[in-house]
Design a protein around this ligand. Structure first.
Ligand code: FES
Length: 110
């Protein structure tokens, strides 16, 4: 089964080399990254604490958490620096007509 694609924002709304935080109702916030390797969509909240990764530093395909300087590989979500040990969730993303779309998991009823 494939999740339907959810439009998140325009590519132009994401700064080049940067990130945009997207809050959809009923979901944890998402981060749309626009880096050399393309557009990537991940959870925005660090897996180590309650930090917004879009507030972090982005360099060489990594995002550094603003709280304790842990890091993640943006494309894979793998932890790339202590104290982060739990992978960041990543979502399949694509660009259509200048819009970023992501395959998000179907939400469980509350
Ligand atoms: Fe992100 Fe601690 S909250 S490294």
């Amino acid at each position: 089964t494939t999740s339907p694609l959810t439009p998140l924002c325009a590519v132009a709304d994401v700064p080049a080399g940067g990130c945009r935080r997207i809050a959809l109702p009923g979901r944890p916030p998402l981060a749309v990254f626009r880096i050399d390797s393309g557009i990537h969509v991940t959870d925005d909240t660090c897996t180590h604490g309650d930090a917004s990764l879009c507030d972090g530093e982005i360099e060489d395909g990594l995002v550094e958490c603003p709280y304790h300087q842990g890091a993640f590989d943006i494309a894979t979500g793998k932890p790339a620096g202590a104290p982060c040990t739990i992978a960041l969730r990543v979502y399949p993303a694509q660009v259509q007509d200048g819009q970023v779309l992501a395959a998000l998991p179907v939400q469980e009823p509350a």
